[in-house]
Design a protein around this ligand. Structure first.
Ligand SMILES: O=C(CO)[C@@H](O)[C@@H](O)COP(=O)(O)O
Length: 233
């Protein structure tokens, strides 16, 4: 019995949520789960179709990207996940997909504007799109640089990765995260839905106005504020 059985199972189950939610095709994406006490994380193996993925295929690595358990090669995006885990101590899980509408906004190199309360229920700012990777980043340790592209963009915009738990990478696709991998999966699904709504709104009305600030705050605070009255908790 693997000492990482529970971690691998949690990573497997999170990965299998992605095709179930319509967020990935074939192998377009990956989810990972971190164990901060043991300073390791589990991630989907590279190039393994979701249709044939098994829990025992999941790969476990340390934060220096050394495989500590697993016979398959880890995701090609492993170093991106490792950089985020190393520098954002609060996150417990990361998801990367190529979900259609979020990826379309990333390819257009556009932030997703806050146009409605569905967006405002989850964050009070536009969903950021990190700038394109430059030739030096592309030619260098690309996946490591991709992680830093995300961190640097959040620092440049003074965004908190504890409040904004999603990002688009120009020309590439989205990454999301959360205190748990389940939250990261949820954020990927919300991001795709908000991206689709925003695209349709902009198509229906090219000059669609941003949501007014009062409504942004009302909806965000209603769900996340000290005096939240959303849900049953
Ligand atoms: O971003 C990409 C490809 O552009 C990758 O996330 C995707 O192909 C999944 O790769 P892995 O199977 O995780 O190595």
């Amino acid at each position: 019995m693997s000492q990482y059985q529970e971690l691998k199972q949690a990573c497997y189950e999170a990965n299998m949520q992605l095709p179930a939610l319509g967020l990935v095709l074939f192998t377009f994406g990956n989810a990972s789960v971190v164990d901060r006490e043991r300073r390791v994380f589990a991630i989907k193996p590279s190039g393994v179709p979701y249709a044939t993925l098994k829990a025992e295929d999941i790969v476990v690595l340390d934060f220096a990207n050394n495989v500590v358990e697993g016979s398959k090669r880890p995701s090609s995006d492993t170093k991106t996940h490792a950089v985020l885990y190393s520098h954002w101590e609060h996150i417990g899980g990361i998801v990367h997909t190529h979900s259609t509408y979020a990826t379309a906004w990333a390819q257009a190199q556009r932030d997703i504007p806050i146009l409605g309360t569905t967006h405002a229920d989850h964050l009070t700012v536009d969903i950021p799109c990190a700038p394109p990777m430059d030739d030096q980043m592309i030619a260098g340790d690309y996946e490591h640089q991709t992680g830093w592209q995300i961190i640097n963009e959040f620092q440049r915009r003074s965004l908190s990765p504890e409040e904004v738990e999603m990002v688009l990478l120009s020309n590439h696709a989205p990454f999301t995260w959360g205190k748990t991998v389940e939250k990261a999966v949820y954020h990927s699904a919300v991001l795709e839905e908000v991206a689709r709504m925003a695209y349709l709104s902009c198509t229906l009305r090219p000059d669609v106005p941003r949501l007014k600030e009062a409504l942004i705050q009302k909806h965000y605070e209603r769900k996340h504020g000290v005096h939240s009255y959303y849900g049953q908790s």
